[in-house]
Design a protein around this ligand. Structure first.
Ligand SMILES: Nc1nc2c(c(=O)[nH]1)N[C@H]1C(S)=C(S)[C@@H](COP(=O)(O)OP(=O)(O)OC[C@H]3O[C@@H](n4cnc5c(=O)[nH]c(N)nc54)[C@H](O)[C@@H]3O)O[C@H]1N2
Ligand SMILES: Nc1nc2c(c(=O)[nH]1)N[C@H]1C(S)=C(S)[C@@H](COP(=O)(O)OP(=O)(O)OC[C@H]3O[C@@H](n4cnc5c(=O)[nH]c(N)nc54)[C@H](O)[C@@H]3O)O[C@H]1N2
Ligand code: SF4
Ligand SMILES: [Mo]
Length: 735
């Protein structure tokens, strides 16, 4: 069985060729080092958890004669179930990357000119602390904003809270899953969380709107998708592109981009109109159902047909299919949902379809995740920030419940409601992650100080005043992973190998900076081991045990209604809000409504983008193993369109957007697998930073072409699927 499901997993992930075994893809620099072990080799296994993305799978790294050799899944881990995705396996390459930053750098002249002086850590941290103290004296501590992504930002966040700023943000909210979590909170009173509380493995019917599992490689989800497909689940995929997941679907709906809300409304119309919904669930737990039913009555499949391009019969048939398998029908909530600016309402519509199917809390639907009780470290209270966060003035976005990166950028540019004078950036490439690069660069130019902590000389590092080189995850401890999931668990990241040069871990940087800022009261511990021991002891665990096992799993608790978990809805009404008084009070539609989005002008295509199995965002293109598996991206264009344009598969073109911004050359992938009104490319390529020698100039960047974005009025997310591009031929074959 294990072998079978592994094969299925790899098959689903095979879209772009998986770098699953190092042996067959050993890079040229390695000789036969990555080949099989020989008798007499000294092999040492060190458990840790992965950082190639934020799923945080527990892994076991092996060194061979003291050198890093390979990384595999930890079989005890509920997230990886003993198997890593191709990126996780390729994590070895993050350590061996020859483009890594080696020592702290201070900018010599103008921002962005890539001229640096190497300095010691003491000089770099001394300089930063001095400038931050002056900033605090002149403008207050709130004038500092901290951008981070991932668990590695925890200790720096702590330092900056102690410093006194409330302006702490990450792109995982307003550029990723924020609208989804708001849409679900407004409906069920709880969000979908990460790792998602989706019981994909037991779904009898799985509906994917865009969510391109198999290219989107969040490990557990892809494994569970394979399980569900293997068990005969009915899969429905709506995507303008025939994704890897679409290849597993019983029903594939080639939806016109930007019209998912129309499809969702029509599905609800059928479920209610034909009486197919879960009446018992709605009667027991629904709030405002009558008014909701009246509101969705006009949105028939016949109405949705010209909007979505999907036949009424197909809409009805898929709605009936969902109803047939309820409550084990899971309409996947998606994750990267910042598409069109009405994303929180679209996500709410997804929540509402699930509510009609009664899948909340049910086996094959959304479970109630369980977490291991590990108390936070008992720090002294943080100073009270003098001013509220700057990113959402006067509660302009009433449902934003986390910081907005774009709000910080706006305040930096306008100086309102108060000035932001310094950015401290940890592990987020803001030039690739935020829409409208020009706006980001203008904001950076308005700063007194920008510090970037990175592992390679990324685009954002190129604009910093001070660059701090971090140890990669295989060389450091990080905070404990205690995310809630199917089973409660705790996992540890610990060093497998030493840093090759003068790189340092984030906890050390955070602590050393705090000491220089006079914040020693918030660092009662001296080493991260002391910190970890102090957190683990009250949970009845020890660092020694975690170091040995990597992950400790707690006893199973009921996570579904079937297992005895009670349904509770922490909404204002205490029920599932089919009608939302909260939204009505703020002047928003209490039940989602469809409004059309602008369409591409003649000769233009909507620019769509997504993931490839072997890369993560813009952070893996310099990894020698992953770069070898996929060195550049290509632009998917419908084969007829390519032919009619006098172009051919493999030709290099430039994409030019509605504002005249032109991409680097990118090769055409001519395919029947995409509609004629859009083009698609994998995000993260088209690097421009010279120091990223392995990848600079390879492929094109979607981020560069995303000059427009549509802000979600509920929560401030930036919809980015609103850009149009045309093709400029004659880019040469040199792409
Ligand atoms: N390998 C890999 N896996 C990853 C990541 C990674 O970097 N690499 N990143 C992780 C993260 S943080 C996230 S948030 C997720 C993102 O992964 P998802 O949430 O699955 O993806 P999106 O980027 O929202 O969606 C891209 C898909 O949506 C389709 N699409 C575009 N526009 C529309 C539309 O209007 N309607 C519909 N129905 N479909 C549309 C595209 O064709 C594409 O198939 O992936 C995660 N997994
Ligand atoms: N155009 C466009 N924009 C997007 C998306 C998209 O698909 N297209 N996706 C959106 C989504 S879903 C998300 S979640 C965000 C992701 O946004 P980010 O997390 O900002 O993604 P990256 O671009 O990979 O930037 C990561 C940076 O961290 C650095 N880094 C890697 N490892 C380490 C480390 O161990 N320590 C330190 N200090 N630095 C490290 C990398 O070199 C890189 O510079 O982007 C969002 N923005
Ligand atoms: S999903 Fe892949 S890259 Fe992400 S943590 Fe797990 S193994 Fe690592
Ligand atoms: Mo994301």
């Amino acid at each position: 069985m294990a072998i079978l499901s592994r094969r299925r997993f790899l098959k689903i992930g095979a879209g772009a060729g998986a770098a699953a075994t190092l042996g067959s893809r050993a890079p040229s620099w390695a000789g036969d080092f990555f080949g099989p072990a020989r008798p007499g080799d000294r092999l040492e296994r060190v458990p840790t958890y992965c950082d190639l993305c934020f799923w945080k799978c527990a892994a076991i790294a092996t060194t061979r004669n003291g050198r890093l050799w390979k990384i595999e899944g930890n079989p005890e881990d509920p997230l990886s179930r003993g198997r890593l995705c191709p990126r996780g396996t390729g994590g070895v390459g993050a350590y061996y990357d020859t483009d890594r930053l080696r020592t702290p750098l201070v900018r010599r002249r103008n921002r962005g000119e890539d001229e640096w002086v190497e300095v010691t850590w003491d000089e770099a941290l001394g300089e930063i602390a001095g400038r931050l103290q002056r900033l605090k004296a002149e403008h207050g501590p709130e004038a500092l904003a901290f951008f981070s992504h991932g668990i590695g930002g925890n200790f720096l966040k702590h330092t900056f809270k102690a410093f006194g700023t409330p302006n702490l943000v990450a792109p995982s909210y307003a550029q990723c899953r924020g609208p989804r979590d708001v849409g679900f909170q407004l409906t069920f009173g709880e969000d979908v969380a990460t790792p998602e509380r989706t019981d994909i493995a037991n779904a009898r019917c799985l509906v994917l709107l865009g969510s391109h599992l198999g290219e989107n490689m969040h490990n557990s989800q892809v494994q569970e998708f394979a399980d569900a497909v293997g068990a005969g689940a009915s899969v429905i995929v709506a995507d303008p592109r025939f994704s890897v997941a679409a290849g597993k679907a019983k029903h594939y709906l080639p939806i016109k981009p930007g019209t998912d809300l129309a499809l969702l409304l029509a599905w609800m119309n059928v479920l209610v109109g034909e009486g197919l919904y879960d009446r018992e669930f709605v009667a027991a737990h629904g709030h405002g159902f009558e008014a909701f039913a009246a509101a969705i009555a006009p949105w028939t499949p016949e109405w949705a047909f010209p909007v979505t391009g999907l036949e009424p019969a197909a809409i009805r048939e898929t709605a009936r299919e969902m109803a047939r398998h309820r409550p084990a029908t899971l309409v996947h909530p998606g994750r990267h949902v910042t598409w069109y600016g009405d994303d929180a309402q679209r996500s709410r519509a997804i929540a509402l379809v699930n509510a009609l199917l009664g899948s909340w809390g049910r086996r094959g639907g959304f479970f109630f995740p369980a977490s291991f009780e590990v108390p936070k470290y008992p720090y002294p209270p943080y100073p009270h920030a003098g001013r509220p966060p700057v990113d959402n003035p006067d509660g302009r976005y009433p449902f934003a419940d986390l910081g907005l990166t774009n709000g910080i950028r706006e305040a930096t540019l306008s100086g309102r409601p108060y000035p932001i004078k310094a950015w401290f950036v940890y592990a987020t490439n803001l030039l690739q992650a935020l829409p409208n690069q020009e706006e980001t660069l203008r904001a950076i130019q308005a700063l007194d100080l920008m510090v970037v902590v990175d592992v390679v000389p990324s685009e954002i590092a190129g604009w910093a005043d001070v660059v701090l080189p971090e140890s990669v995850y295989l060389e450091r401890y990080d905070d404990l992973n205690t995310e809630a999931f199917r089973e409660p668990f705790v996992s540890l990241r610990q060093p497998v190998v030493e840093s090759p040069d003068d790189q340092r871990p984030n906890w050390w940087i955070a602590r050393e900076l705090a000491l220089r800022l006079g914040l020693e009261a918030w660092y009662p511990w001296r080493t991260v081991e002391e910190y970890l021991e102090a957190r683990l002891a009250p949970a009845g665990l020890s660092l020694a045990e975690l170091k040995r096992r990597g992950v400790v799993v707690g006893p199973h608790r009921p996570i579904t209604v079937e297992e005895g978990h009670a349904l509770e809805f922490p909404t204002p009404s205490g029920k599932v809000e089919f009608w939302s008084n909260q939204l009505a009070e703020h002047g928003f539609d209490p039940v989602p409504r469809y409004t059309p989005h602008p369409e591409p002008p003649p000769g233009y295509f909507r620019l769509l983008f997504g993931r490839a199995p072997v890369h993560t965002f813009s952070r893996t293109q310099t990894n020698p193993l992953l770069a070898e598996a996929m060195p550049e991206n290509e632009v998917w264009i419908n084969a007829d369109v390519v032919r009619r344009s006098g172009l051919a598969n493999g030709d290099a073109v430039r994409l030019v957007n509605q504002d005249g911004v032109e991409s680097a050359p990118i090769r055409i992938k001519a395919t029947e697998r995409i509609r004629t009104d859009c083009v698609y490319l994998v995000h993260g390529f088209g690097h421009t930073a010279k120091g990223l020698r392995r990848t600079v100039g390879r492929g094109a960047s979607d981020a560069q072409l995303i000059t427009r974005y549509a802000v979600d009025p509920l929560m401030g997310g930036t919809g980015m699927n609103v850009n149009f591009v045309t093709l400029r031929a004659g880019a040469g074959k040199e792409a």
